[in-house]
Design a protein around this ligand. Sequence first.
Ligand code: DAT
Ligand code: MG
Length: 139
Amino acid sequence: MTERTLSIIKPDATQRNITGDINSMIEAAGFAIIAQKMLKLTFEQAKKFYEVHSDKPFYEDLCKFLSSAPVIVQVLEKENAILDYRKLMGATNPINAEVGTIRNRFAISVDQNSVHGSDAKETAVSEINFFFSDIELVG
Ligand code: DAT
Ligand code: MG
């Protein structure tokens, strides 16, 4: 079934000018990028996006990082997009990310790990709606 997922190319990646390389990996893996824009999130916006992690010890640092430089937010479409993008991203900590994944190739550390991807159907819908209106989903 065709599915949509929300991807974020994080500040560590935009600051190293590797967004094109990451998009190449995404497209080579069969995803259609059906919406995409660059934003500089405020700390408050980052806190709202990552609210699910508000009880974690790394929450403040995570939100500081996400709002530290521009990000690219994008909607990816494909069969099984949610799970398949999680696979393409690789494990949260790049030490555990398999060869051939985005995080294995590009992530610097567990926090500066280059990409975000939705983790379930409900979160994909709410994360897409967080950043995009229907009129911006053009694929
Ligand atoms: P993922 O991004 O793989 O979905 P997550 O949802 O568990 O991972 O965590 C969200 C982000 O929080 C993750 O991309 C980086 C940061 N993070 C997770 N665990 C961390 C830790 N132990 N130390 C520092 N940052 C962490
Ligand atoms: Mg997550």
